[in-house]
Design a binder for this molecule. Structure first.
Ligand SMILES: Cc1cc2nc3c(=O)[nH]c(=O)nc-3n(C[C@H](O)[C@H](O)[C@H](O)COP(=O)(O)O)c2cc1C
Length: 368
């Protein structure tokens, strides 16, 4: 039914307008007690066997919403109502900014992909922190906060900008993510080089500890799929050395591999980050590489091209304790989480593993 609706309604709207419209409906539904109870019961059934513990946090399951969908923390309960076991808000920057000029989001329907060059449009760390502070959660869900650099801030002052966001947002974050991997802020991805990443992560860790003294907020870094393999290894080693809690792999790609011809050359050539199905293979490869390097010492979150329960299962076998998605939600609609959860629970039951935790990294530990 959603696919017919998508074809008749959403596919005729500008993708960004369609996003805002759908998100508004979700938020509205979450505000009406009877409706949200009904929707959550239908779309977010809980499976005891999927219960997950990661980053010192308890979750109903391993499957969450990737950053970029709820940039301003306005619809956390709405997304929890649809079944996401954790919601990563952001990217939030030190200062508010409008992002790039529109049009900046493109659908490659035949490829089940998106290209975006949103450029971190968001309300800024002060406003988002105030919103999180006044939030009265309806559903118990884990909230990750993803932070990035304000575009107008010179690269030499990037650390201070991240620190500002961390100081404001860490008190409300179940976990904090340093995003150095979006392709749409000039120079951002250079921060993935270990010489730049080391002082950045150290400063953000100290900032989080300063403001959330009573508890240690887990800190993660989110990396690009376009890193060379040696650079993936270098980030993994640095993460272990600094005692980071986790790595999120991966953000969108600037590559244009894996696309069919139907999307047409003009769409394919749009600048920005490509997400969805064409990203699947590389994201999985990066995850596998990370797990081979870090094992169970830090938590890995697998994201990029996850569409089905089988995809989520493959990420877990490759080393992910948590799995996220975004683009497939656009194409699959509100029943997506339900399908993933049901399939994942069935996959676990058929497997030789007693728990999801036992399955994490099994393919890398015991290659066939
Ligand atoms: C429209 C759009 C906006 C995004 N914005 C952000 C962002 O602000 N911060 C971030 O870390 N990732 C952002 N992402 C990347 C996603 O979090 C995710 O890493 C990527 O899309 C791959 O997952 P997917 O194939 O399931 O979409 C964005 C993705 C899309 C499609």
């Amino acid at each position: 039914m959603y696919k017919i609706f998508f074809k008749l309604v959403f596919s005729r709207l500008d993708p960004e307008r369609a996003h805002h419209l759908a998100f508004r409906w979700i938020r509205l539904a979450a505000r009406v007690p009877v409706l949200r109870t009904f929707v959550a019961a239908a779309l977010a059934p809980r499976y005891a066997e999927l219960r997950t513990e990661a980053l010192g946090l308890r979750m109903h399951g391993p499957f969450g919403l990737a950053a970029g969908f709820d940039k301003n923390a306005v619809g956390i309960d709405g997304m929890a109502m649809l079944g996401f076991d954790h919601v990563e808000i952001g990217t939030v920057t030190g200062e508010p900014q409008p992002g790039n000029p529109r049009k900046r989001l493109f659908r490659l329907v035949a490829d089940r992909a998106l290209i975006n060059r949103m450029g971190f449009n968001n309300d800024g760390s002060l406003t988002v922190a105030a919103r999180l502070a006044s939030r009265r959660p309806v559903f118990r869900t884990v909230v990750g906060v993803n932070i990035g650099k304000t575009k107008a801030v010179p690269e030499a002052e990037a650390v201070a900008d991240y620190v500002k966001s961390a100081e404001r947002l860490a008190p409300y974050a179940d976990y904090l993510v340093v995003n150095v991997s979006s392709p749409n802020t000039p120079g951002l991805r250079d921060l993935q080089a270990t010489e730049a990443l080391r002082p950045l992560l150290t400063a953000v860790r100290e900032a989080a500890d300063r403001v959330a003294a009573a508890r240690r907020v887990p800190l993660l870094v989110k990396i690009a799929p376009d890193l060379a393999d040696e650079d993936v290894d270098a980030v993994a080693d640095l993460a272990v050395e600094l005692g980071l809690d986790g790595i999120i792999a991966t953000n969108t790609t600037i590559a244009r591999e894996g696309l069919g011809l139907e999307s047409g050359p003009s769409l394919v050539q749009e600048a920005g980050g490509l997400s969805g199905a064409p990203l699947k293979a590389r994201s999985l490869e990066v995850l596998r590489r990370l797990y081979a390097r870090v094992g169970d010492r830090i938590t890995l979150i697998g994201v990029g091209g996850v569409e089905t329960a089988e995809d989520a299962w493959q990420r877990i076998l490759a080393g992910a304790t948590l799995v996220q998605g975004y683009s497939a939600f656009v194409y699959e609609g509100p029943f997506w989480c339900r399908t993933v959860h049901k399939g994942l629970a069935a996959r676990l039951r058929q497997s030789p593993y007693a728990t999801l935790a036992d399955a994490v990294g099994a393919d890398v530990r015991n290659p066939a």
